[in-house]
Design a protein around this ligand. Structure first.
Ligand code: DLL
Length: 434
């Protein structure tokens, strides 16, 4: 553990600390960020009404649009001369969302990232090949400074140039790899194509994967093909970046570092706080952030929080695997389908490759069309019968998703590979209405 005193705190002590920090943060945001003062006034409350965690529900939410409206420098509680870094999330439309950090915020974030590494068993003796993108995206620099903070060696290779990644992995004998899970799948495939035997040629033991939803089946494929243990890391640029939550060696949910983040689960339609253990939208409050306070920030990520103590000894509550975002949910002929459910069905079927693309369209009715690559060995084997295989995938998908999907089998290598966050869905209905 990197900070055992904090990581091993009992839940009751965590709650006490959260409560103190929360009350302080509410006042700090009210006093220093005009947007919060306005929000409080609109809601008819003042910081005096917030006496502890039990009053959290009285406060208004903060949403992504609040950040957009404060472009370029965001919701800021300090003068620019106290800001030492900024990052921005790309966003698919319009201006990016900018987030800022003071020196103190960087300290906090780097420590949280160091805790994440340690939680996955990484130590200062490790060599971290960091293939997250360096730049405005928080993945690259977040994983970089966290590894330095821990004292490990970092190879700041960033994304792309897959052949060079593989060469470095072999020559430097990297022991940890950090990238999106979709890129890890691609690296495994490319390694084989380039004639490497990952288990013999590489020395990778641990993967730190996040920035997009991924299924248990994808984890198994990555672990089997690279011969590593794959850990899930969650974060988002509005909440520093990566490092909000991470799996421990039990791999039974992602511990949210609750001395820094307060999490609530709400019903995404009504905004009501849900009882513990129910799936809903995660809402985060940052408890100590100086530059950009965030109170009750709606993430759109859907998950269940588990408050039971983990076998690893940590009481920090756990996010059980994130199913996806409420805005990723596809409504097909009235049925809700998450891309992650489709991945779950497909990757459980032997012979299905690692790449797929979901295409949703509307003619008279909504249609779901899934392009699925076939595993090369299966594709070239005499047992491969495309018509029968496509039918099998269609039947399995209908049984679980309850909607009909048309499967189009693709030659291995036909679909685009991703170096960062994978694009798995094309919703042509959205383009049509724009
Ligand atoms: O993706 C930060 C990050 C970098 C996290 C590297 C982990 C590793 P954003 O670009 O702002 O920040 O995207 C945040 O990505 O709201 C989730 O929907 C999704 N996401 C991030 N991590 C996970 C994960 C970074 N482990 C958005 N599982 C979030 C599922 C994830 N979804």
């Amino acid at each position: 553990m990197y900070e055992p005193d904090i990581e091993m705190m009992e839940l009751s002590d965590i709650r006490k600390l959260q409560s103190e920090r929360f009350v302080k943060m509410v006042r700090y945001a009210y006093d220093n960020v005009p947007m919060y003062k306005e929000k409080f006034e609109k809601a008819g409350i003042t910081p005096d009404d917030i006496k502890g965690l039990e009053d959290a529900h009285k406060m208004p939410f903060t949403v992504k649009d609040d950040l957009r409206q404060h472009y370029p420098y965001g919701i800021r509680a300090v003068e620019l001369d106290k800001i030492v870094r900024l990052h921005a999330s790309s966003g698919t439309t319009g201006k990016p969302t900018v987030v800022t950090y003071t020196e103190q915020d960087m300290e906090t974030w780097n420590n949280l990232m160091a805790r994440c590494y340690a939680s996955a068993g990484v130590t200062k003796g490790d060599i971290v090949q960091n293939c997250y993108g360096y730049g405005l995206f928080t993945g690259g620099l977040g994983f970089h400074y966290g590894a330095e903070r821990l004292g490990a060696t970092v190879i700041p290779i960033s994304t792309g140039n897959t052949k060079k990644q593989l060469m470095m992995m072999k020559d430097m004998q990297s022991t940890v790899i950090a990238c999106t899970p979709s890129y890890a799948l691609y690296l495994a495939e490319a390694a084989e194509k380039e004639g490497y035997d990952p288990k013999k040629d590489f020395n990778i033991k641990v993967g730190m994967f996040g920035a997009e939803p991924w299924s248990e089946e994808a984890r198994k494929r990555i672990e089997d093909s690279l011969g590593i243990k794959a850990y899930d890391v969650f974060g988002m640029s509005e909440l520093y970046g990566p490092g909000v939550a991470v799996e421990c060696q039990e791999q039974a949910g992602l511990h949210i570092w609750s001395d820094e983040f307060l999490v609530e689960t709400i019903d995404p339609d009504t905004g009501e706080v849900l009882p513990e253990g129910e799936r809903g939208e995660l809402v985060f409050t940052m408890l100590t952030r100086e530059a950009m306070p965030l109170l009750r920030y709606r993430t759109k990520d859907l998950a269940i929080i588990n408050y039971d103590k983990c076998k690893c000894g940590r009481s920090h509550p756990r996010i059980m695997r994130i199913r996806g975002r409420s805005d990723d949910m596809l409504i097909i002929g009235g049925v809700n389908v998450f891309p992650s459910q489709i991945e779950h069905v497909l990757m459980n079927i032997e012979g299905v490759g690692d790449q797929y693309l979901i295409i949703v369209d509307r003619d008279v009715l909504d249609s779901l069309h899934v392009q699925v690559e076939v595993m090369p060995e299966f594709f070239n084997s005499p047992e491969y019968d495309p018509a029968a295989f496509a039918k099998k995938l269609e039947t399995e998908m209908q049984a679980i998703l309850t909607v009909r999907a048309r499967v189009e089998l693709m030659v291995p290598g036909a679909l685009p590979r991703s170096e960062g966050k994978a694009v798995r869905v094309q919703d042509k209905r959205k383009n049509a209405s724009k």
